[in-house]
Design a protein. Sequence first.
Lengths: 411, 411
Amino acid sequence: MMRRTESETPRQPSQTAILRYLRVHGPAARIDIGTATGLSPATVTSLTADLMAQGLVRESEGGNGNTNGNTRGRPKVLLDLVPNAACVIGVKITINLIEIALGNFKGEIERSIEHSINTRDLGSEELTRTLIALIDRFVERNQDFCKHPPAGISIAVQGVTDSNSGEIIWSPALRHRHIPLVRSLTERYGGAVQMSNDANCIATAISQNTNLHDGGDFAVIMLGYGIGMGLVLNGNVYNGDFGTAAEFGHTKFQPDGPLCNCGRRGCLEAYIGDYAILRDARGLIDLPEANNLHPSEDQMMDLVARARNGDTGLAELFRHAGKVLGYGIANLIALLGPKQIFITGSGARAFDMMEPELRRGLAEAQVPELSRGPTITHLAWDKDLALQGAIGQSLLRHDENMFQAAGTAHN
Amino acid sequence: MMRRTESETPRQPSQTAILRYLRVHGPAARIDIGTATGLSPATVTSLTADLMAQGLVRESEGGNGNTNGNTRGRPKVLLDLVPNAACVIGVKITINLIEIALGNFKGEIERSIEHSINTRDLGSEELTRTLIALIDRFVERNQDFCKHPPAGISIAVQGVTDSNSGEIIWSPALRHRHIPLVRSLTERYGGAVQMSNDANCIATAISQNTNLHDGGDFAVIMLGYGIGMGLVLNGNVYNGDFGTAAEFGHTKFQPDGPLCNCGRRGCLEAYIGDYAILRDARGLIDLPEANNLHPSEDQMMDLVARARNGDTGLAELFRHAGKVLGYGIANLIALLGPKQIFITGSGARAFDMMEPELRRGLAEAQVPELSRGPTITHLAWDKDLALQGAIGQSLLRHDENMFQAAGTAHN
């Protein structure tokens, strides 16, 4: 792999930084771009002129005075990304559902479609064929917006993934393991295909939303069927050297604890995951027969309703899940000390019942000297966040490829 | 804080990279520097000419042909750091021992001295006064090598430190908590003072030793009085947003487990730390009265000898400590998946008794799909490694300050 250094291709990282800033913050004046990126006015003027010549950025007249509240004088000229400068695809694979969305260069979702498909019946090759058919049809139907092939494809998969090699290691949505999805799709679409687990995609979406996060390191914990995590360190999603980092759900609460879906015992997930809650609930009350391994949202909402309506045994399950989560977060804080921790996912449906014990568990487990630690925020579950993040990842990669190609051509 | 970007000051990060490369790899030809840093031959020639003009780098004739084994032709000209281009100070504070070392610009320890001092009797101000007196006397006695004030001072402290604010939060070497050491020393020595815990310093030393590590992310676990960790992610020691990351010893093995020195229960340290082993040993056998809270090396070596000589109860303590460590490492792998894990520290004196259970515990706790994870290496305990790392940290900071100052002057 060739290593590039900034001193030889100095314009490219700065151009990428400008695009990234405009995508996250929206239209901005040159002076504000300069302040945020640390570039001098002259450099900003020169680089944005390039970006405008390439059709990536355009001028638009903003409100008077913009951020400083001064309403007199000439209107400030704002720079903005050109929405149709690129079209990228985001795909999300969850149990029995494949969603596809089309994003513009600003990172906005323009169109999306859902397909109910029995994902667990698909073998490795069938999955690839199905995805290619769905993506091709989707792009064809949206030819008015999207050129073929799209500038980037990013796939969010529930489960354990190797983001480096592009392999699905294990997913509750699929019966088969070790599916080299990126390799198969790259044969069809070229190098612009990437894959990550859904928690990483959600972390990307949060990192691009300045309303949510304040610029420090953060973790997003996904409650649901399993317990996932996305980790953003120094501004980037952290995947680790093996591409499989942030498997928070398989850190341990208790050695020899209850059996986890991973085959080991005592993982956080074996207390907090939907399947674990349902398993314990069946030991407490009679429940209608249904899919134990992959509980539906209706099944889980029924348990939550019973707990809220006075079933103290069920309520205790959610409280205990909260305590276990608090202990897990204490370990996370001891090891990494992130500035913010977000908790979201469909499993956060019962967060109000979990939270008091979560806070108590955290206080019990955490070294007092480290307790000035992170803020812990419940983020209402937005199922589009993963798709949004997949689109964001595609665009980050697209920006890099664009300038790397340009750099190579010039050298 | 001003943000710098590479496009405006492109020479500085590249110069820092060249110094860092020479410090880690020793004398090297321009062509090898270029290959390693990704800089073009012309850029290397220009930047190294600058560094030579500044008296930081010099030419020396190396062996014939150097790395390629070709012994014919002209001898290759190698570049090397000028040892006396800077002098920095490393200080190490452990229980009742303060060590001071003087490092040259190449990162080699030139002189060092040990002071037996009852550190636990020192208050915050006394500690500062003592350190200033010791450092000043040391520098004065080594005036032949070191100008006053030294170009950098880096302090390694056993315990929990906030590397961002420069505060000792808690150390077994000190009775008082929350000591703003860096602030106090900065009043005397200016901005070139930094502090970190000993594990972070050891991580720095390892990151600068290509014989030990292969360039990926790694963690170093320090066994001893307590259990520390240094974490190197993307080439830099990771301190987290609160400056207190990598408190591996206070992640949990078991809720409601034995009492830890931190005041909580079930931390890894409460099973593996010297004080924990000694506490349990006193429950098994009669031992001479001695310092329970701060066991001496002799006390610990006595326990190890008894375990090796057939005391099955004591042997089981070390085996169980190994199991707990294995579970802790499984959590670390799940969360971060580093490429290498090193285990060292004075507590590794019993590593051979711990290792089989460590491997078993790790296998028991780890998700099978993530088991292709890191290599785990026992690193023989070298008590100079922390001082070596403190010197290394001082030089990294010195390089940055030097070019930042130069950049500011030019702008």
